[in-house]
Design a protein around this ligand. Structure first.
Ligand code: UDX
Length: 436
């Protein structure tokens, strides 16, 4: 009997594969989730979530118990009876920024070697434009249609994003195969684009790199705001009201981190260079993003009168953004190392990322409680805009710090409240505000 699309195999239980597998099982499919990393496999089999994604662990446990989700380390078992095999393994950056495709190649070849005739192999991993076409040309999966099906999930809101897609994109030579893959998401009511595989891959890279460009652009505007006396919040609001610009991703601050934007910008730049194209705008997006961290460290130093030597700094936030424990390319790591190199003693806290940060920040004092973190500090430095930091009892903080200085790297704190409590308030893209 040909395999049925009611059974889906997802290969790779990382941020993308695990969310995709759990949400497809939630939608009624039977999902075989393949994970070869032993520790991660053990945790998943025990119903424990290896990533910090709100609501995911409860869904994982419920769907495992209901027998709708099966976790295995054996791809042969995973692909059995599956109508669609979804590849969601990692594509980490190599030294030169190029995407390392070895895991994708290995997973596609293993799937093809074990899948039932009639199955479709869909690559959800983020892969450079032309990758699927070259895998087809090199007959990596003989006898199986191979299509691209990129994901657009944000960490920290991945379940929401899965269930509220702005579009479903599938690309491949075999239209029927593409339609079968698109049908897995049909219940979500999003517009569907079915195209060739290279265009599908380009949609993913084009989206992520454009968003990264947009962030670097507003950060350049923010720097100019500081030089001219403009206020970047009002500027972003004014720009964002133009529907051609849009307000989203116009928040000035410490710039982008995470496992996607930095990797995808470099990977597309490398892919362009392979085709003899110097994608200067991507080079600029990367440069501005790195510059933004250096500018911020300078801002902290200037807020303290020009020297950080012997100063005690309290850093609020380590994860690359709120809602996750992910520290990959997190601005906090660069900023803290810079501050320490300039002689500061840093104490830091984060609601989710402390454990992961400890081995990366050997000279930093890590504490779980924000009030312990700020005690005796010469300045409070906000790096990740966790809601709990905005909701702190800042009057209590004012009575606890050595100097009432705040440097807000995400423009997320209440400036009027802080200056009213006697803080000097420094932020990104605005003039410093002195205490009332
Ligand atoms: C991103 C894309 O949004 C998602 O569609 C894709 O599938 C994966 O990459 P993610 O990296 O999880 O998702 O986080 P996102 O919320 O997009 O933020 C990315 C980075 O940009 C974060 O470091 C964030 O702090 C920063 N950012 C975001 C800004 O600096 N300013 C903004 O206005 C928005």
């Amino acid at each position: 009997m040909p395999p049925h699309d009611e059974v889906v195999c997802v290969v790779g239980a990382g941020y993308v594969g695990l969310v995709t597998g759990v949400c497809l099982a939630e939608s009624g499919r039977t999902v075989h989730l393949v994970e070869i990393e032993p520790r991660r496999l053990e945790r998943l089999s025990a119903g424990r979530c290896p990533i910090h994604e709100p609501g995911l662990e409860e869904m994982l446990q419920r769907l495992l118990a209901a027998g709708r989700l099966h976790v295995t380390g054996d791809i042969a078992a995973g692909v059995r009876d599956a109508g669609v095999v979804m590849i969601a393994v990692g594509t980490p950056p190599a030294e030169d920024g190029e995407a390392d495709l070895s895991q994708v190649h290995e997973a596609v070849a293993s799937a093809a070697a074990n899948a039932d005739r009639g199955a479709v192999i869909a690559v959800k991993s983020t892969i450079p434009p032309g990758t699927t076409a070259s895998m087809v040309a090199s007959r990596l999966a003989p006898g199986f249609p191979l299509v691209s099906c990129p994901e657009f999930l944000r960490e920290g809101s991945a379940i929401h994003d899965f269930n509220h897609p702005t579009r479903i994109v599938v690309g491949g030579d075999d239209r029927a195969a593409c339609e079968r893959v698109a049908a897995l998401f049909g219940h979500l009511g999003a517009p569907v684009i079915i195209t060739d595989s290279t265009s599908s891959e380009m949609v993913k890279y084009g989206t992520n790199t454009f968003l990264a460009l947009k962030i670097s652009f507003i950060n350049e505007i923010a720097h100019l705001c500081e030089l001219t006396g403009a206020e970047v919040g009002a500027v972003a609001d004014g720009m964002g009201l133009d529907p051609r610009v849009g307000r989203a991703f116009l928040d000035a601050g410490l710039g982008f981190g995470g496992s996607c934007f930095p990797k995808d910008v470099r990977a597309l730049e490398a892919a362009a260079a392979e085709h003899g194209h110097s994608f200067w705008m991507l080079k600029s997006a990367i440069e501005v993003n790195l510059m933004q961290r250096r500018r911020f460290v300078t801002k902290v130093r200037e807020a303290l009168g020009g020297s950080l030597d012997g100063r005690r700094l309290a850093v609020l936030g380590l994860a690359f953004k709120p809602g996750t424990d992910d520290l990959r390319q997190a601005p906090a790591l660069d900023v803290i190392r810079h501050l320490e190199r300039m002689g500061a003693a840093v104490t830091a806290t984060d609601p989710a990322a402390l454990e992961g940060a400890a081995p990366m920040l050997p000279d930093t004092t890590l504490v779980t409680d924000a009030y312990d973190c700020v005690r005796g500090a010469d300045a409070v430095v906000l790096v990740t805009e966790w809601p709990c930091f905005r909701q702190l009892d800042w009057r209590r903080v004012a009575g606890s710090v050595a100097q009432r200085i705040v440097v807000d790297g995400r423009n997320c704190l209440d400036a009027a409240l802080l200056t009213g409590l006697g803080f000097a308030y420094h932020s990104v893209g605005r003039r410093a505000l002195l205490p009332d």
